[in-house]
Design a protein around this ligand. Structure first.
Ligand code: AMP
Length: 200
């Protein structure tokens, strides 16, 4: 089964950890827009210079920029059997752009895994990381940005019947087990459904 997944959740909800586990298990790439952007900043590329201030402040970079980035990445052959998006989409326009891209490829998303965690737990987790944008003021702002700009995706994907709630407060192995359970159910219900032959 090809598997096209989105991991949704506030900063610090464990998306990166779960994306890595899923990537290894299903041998499909985990694509993190945050990682790509940070690598550009570190390498001092023109794109990196353009986005650094957004990252430092915990603001979202412009939609068009990440949409282009994802569009290019999804045309790479290693995404043929599936992909895990970690940190994209982050706004409704990004989600609409993704739907458009995937419709053109005739490969709609299989599921959006929403890692639910309470904001106070997230603040504590992020405070223990040592990333440039994990300073307390920036953390608080990133949580606000999540609530204002990204949380609307919960109802967006719920309306599409794609949203799967995962208790992200559990230890990472238990979160991974919950995700496995969801994927097993998806695989079960996909039996006999209309996947395009080239991807089945
Ligand atoms: P992350 O590693 O996913 O927490 O992302 C780190 C930072 O990269 C965010 O605070 C944003 O500045 C930027 N970023 C990552 N993904 C996106 C996205 N989909 N849309 C806009 N900005 C993003």
């Amino acid at each position: 089964m090809g598997m096209d997944l989105v991991l949704l959740g506030p900063p610090g909800s464990g998306k990166g950890t779960q994306a890595a586990i899923l990537s290894e298990k299903y041998r499909i790439p985990a694509i993190s827009t945050g990682d790509v952007l940070r690598a550009q900043v570190d390498a001092g590329t023109p794109l990196g210079k353009r986005v650094k201030a957004y990252l430092d402040r915990g603001e979202l970079v412009p939609d068009s920029l990440v949409v282009d980035l994802i569009q290019h990445r999804l045309s790479d052959p290693d995404t043929q059997q599936g992909f895990i998006l970690d940190g994209f989409p982050r706004t409704v326009p990004q989600a609409e752009a993704l739907d458009g891209m995937l419709a053109a490829l005739d490969r709609p998303l299989d599921a959006v895994l929403y890692l639910q965690v309470d904001p106070q737990a997230v603040r504590e987790r992020l405070g223990q990381r040592h990333r440039g944008d994990d300073l307390q003021g920036v953390i608080d702002h990133r949580l606000e940005v999540f609530l204002q700009q990204t949380a609307p995706l919960i109802s967006y994907y719920q309306a599409q019947g794609k949203l799967k709630l995962i208790d992200g407060a559990q230890p990472p192995e238990a979160v991974a087990a919950s995700i496995d359970e969801v994927i097993r159910r998806l695989a079960g219900s996909a039996n006999g459904s209309s996947r395009t032959p080239s991807r089945s």
